[in-house]
Design a binder for this molecule. Structure first.
Ligand code: KG4
Length: 334
């Protein structure tokens, strides 16, 4: 079976071709970073317009580099939500129209489900059930994943997502967008213990997150240093901020696995590409005898291969969409 998948929930236009038995045949991602960088964040209207320009060439390129044509495709999958509705509508409507014209089945995939299953794109795959941390620009949540279609939320952020905090701190320090990659690069030369930024634990029992206080604390630090005419130790700020985020993510993920009793832990989402988070979580899981599964960085950030895989399971479960099925901005999973 050959699946053509489209992802356009935020600022990347992506398409992929997947043969579930033989894995990913192609995965194309057209980034909009250069469009949004000067605004320090995503401008939704610009994102939608760029998706409209890029959707056709990106789909064509995915088919071409997989060495297939539309005649070979058996199933069309696209992200239905959550995300920016204007962006989602471009990819989802394109997919539904394509399926209608070609007489193909179509599935509308939840972006979170894609991240929750993205580790299954790797050779080394976790068996079900597992506990998963999804940590991206739009979400920071913990889930119990019982099978490819059953996800139970255990906790989520009460305010900013972790990736959003990286992006906002980068904007504050004038480091450009997206913030995660540049902050993690600068943090490598900084001292993670230089500044004692707060860790919001929200009580012993809580598996929820909060990052807005941390962001405010970084802003106050920068403000005070500037007021005192002190030079900003950007590497130390990045390392100390990153450490505060990583500490909480690791602690809550391990607590969630202890709560579910699962022996397998999975991460996904753009922030899961962060080397410090990967190292810290690997060390903690190893010390507790938990098996950790981390997708390669290319499957952490937004991509259509994970949408194809999640779409495949939805197809097997008979979850098809109709031509008039709508996109949604908030995930029912979250
Ligand atoms: O999953 P993703 O591509 O898009 C969303 O669905 O949000 O995640 C993008 C987010 C951005 O906030 C970006 O700053 C963050 O992931 N990110 C990182 C790293 N690479 C990307 N955050 C921390 N460290 C990284 N290396």
């Amino acid at each position: 079976m050959l699946i053509l998948a489209i992802e356009s929930s935020c600022d990347d236009t992506a398409a992929a071709v997947l043969e579930p038995e033989n894995r990913v045949l192609s995965s194309i991602v057209s980034s909009q970073n250069e469009i949004h960088a000067r605004f320090g964040g995503i401008v939704p209207e610009l994102a939608s317009r760029r998706h409209i320009e890029m959707i056709r060439p990106v789909v064509d390129e995915a088919l071409r580099s997989a060495g297939v044509t539309l005649d070979d495709v058996d199933l069309v999958a696209a992200t239905r939500g959550p995300g920016l509705v204007g962006s989602l509508l471009v990819g989802f409507t394109f997919a539904k129209a394509l399926a209608l014209v070609r007489g193909l089945p179509c599935v509308g995939v939840d972006h979170m489900a894609g991240h929750l299953l993205s580790c299954l794109l790797e050779e080394r795959q976790p068996a079900f059930p597992y506990t998963a941390l999804i940590v991206s620009g739009g979400n920071t949540s913990l889930f119990a994943v019982n099978d490819p279609l059953t996800f139970t939320r255990l906790g989520r952020t009460r305010d900013d997502a972790a990736g959003e905090a990286f992006d906002k701190v980068a904007k504050l320090l004038d480091l450009g967008y997206p913030g995660g990659p540049v902050i993690s690069r600068l943090a490598a030369n900084g001292n993670p213990a230089a500044i004692a930024f707060p860790r919001a634990r929200l009580g012993d029992e809580s598996l929820d997150f909060s990052f807005s206080g941390l962001k405010t604390s970084v802003a106050s630090h920068v403000h005070n240093q500037s007021g005192n005419r002190q030079p900003l130790a950007v590497g130390d700020i990045c390392a100390s901020f990153q450490e505060a985020v990583v500490d909480v993510l690791v602690e809550k993920t391990v607590a969630a696995a202890q709560r579910t009793g699962h022996r397998r832990v999975v991460i996904g989402g753009g922030v899961a590409a962060n080397p410090r988070l990967r190292a810290a979580l690997a060390a903690r899981c190893a010390s507790l005898g938990l098996e950790l599964f981390m997708p390669s960085p290319v499957w952490c950030t937004d991509n259509a291969a994970m949408i194809a895989l999640a779409g495949y399971y939805q197809f097997l479960g008979g979850q098809l969409v109709e031509a008039d099925t709508d996109a949604y901005s908030r995930s029912p999973l979250n």
